[in-house]
Design a protein around this ligand. Sequence first.
Ligand SMILES: Nc1ncnc2c1ncn2[C@@H]1O[C@H](COP(=O)(O)OP(=O)(O)O)[C@@H](O)[C@H]1O
Ligand code: SF4
Ligand SMILES: [Mg+2]
Length: 311
Amino acid sequence: MTALLNIQSLTVDRGPARILDRVTLEVGQGETVALVGESGAGKSTIATAIMRLLGEAQTSGQITLDGAGDLLALRERDMVGLRGRRLSMIFQDAGAALNPSYTVGRQLISAVRRNLGLDKTAARARAIELMTQVGINDPEARLTAYPHQLSGGMQQRVMVAIALAADPDLLLADEPTSALDVTIQAQIVRLILAQTKARGAACIFVLHDLALASQACDRIVVLYAGQVVESGPARDVLENARHPYTRQLKSCVLEIGTRDLIAPEGTVPSHRDMPRGCRFATRCPRVQDRCWAEAPPLEGGAHSFACWNPE
Ligand SMILES: Nc1ncnc2c1ncn2[C@@H]1O[C@H](COP(=O)(O)OP(=O)(O)O)[C@@H](O)[C@H]1O
Ligand code: SF4
Ligand SMILES: [Mg+2]
């Protein structure tokens, strides 16, 4: 598979805190990759770094997008040209991301016009087509609705339509369903993945549900405290997890039977007290002396993990 996006050794510091530590991640053309891990692991930071919207943070490493080079080295002007067109992001809370003072039609049509350069009539037709594809009934009538007149699920569908307006090569979906009812979450996740697959687009999906990730995505990347601890084909990672943290995530989700991630016992160490060796050492049932002293490298082929004493 040709790499669409290749992240090498991405490190992000905010003051003294190392938020991401040498993150390496590859996304093939048309591939869907789930990013999983507890709150604070750095998932949103990865997505935001790809869009180059991190603001003040110190960033090093490379984020290479096929045909565009290293995004971290591009001029802002060139990044502006990529956002929306080749890279597109769906945020957690559609209600907050949509502008409350404009109709959804106006927002969707302007995204279509901005990115595809269509005239008004063609853009309106394209907007209606997109709304139909994301499962919005009676799209013509909905064009004149304001965001608050739609349910959370419908608002998120509008956001999906806006994100897909320009047929991006890579869609970044950052927990796009966490503000929605549990029953609608899986439906929207599947919709986003079906629509990206139908367009041959790739997707990085920040998901809390390891089981859903394994059913819906090609690959899973597990993050802990800013580091990739395990990565591989989705089924492999779910059924043959090697890193103790992945095992814990898996048993928590399955035992409780909830769609939300229940964190394993204990807490992620603060950036001030991060262990020098393996960052998971403070919570790991398999910890050994070596773990405290030396950080395990991420090793292996298609299925890789960073652990001195894997399961
Ligand atoms: N704007 C910010 N300023 C300072 N720290 C931040 C900022 N954004 C995120 N962080 C910190 O970076 C870490 C990773 O955050 P984030 O990427 O949002 O994690 P996730 O999306 O996995 O929950 C957390 O410790 C968080 O507190
Ligand atoms: S390296 Fe050691 S502490 Fe870290 S996950 Fe593996 S066994 Fe646990
Ligand atoms: Mg986040």
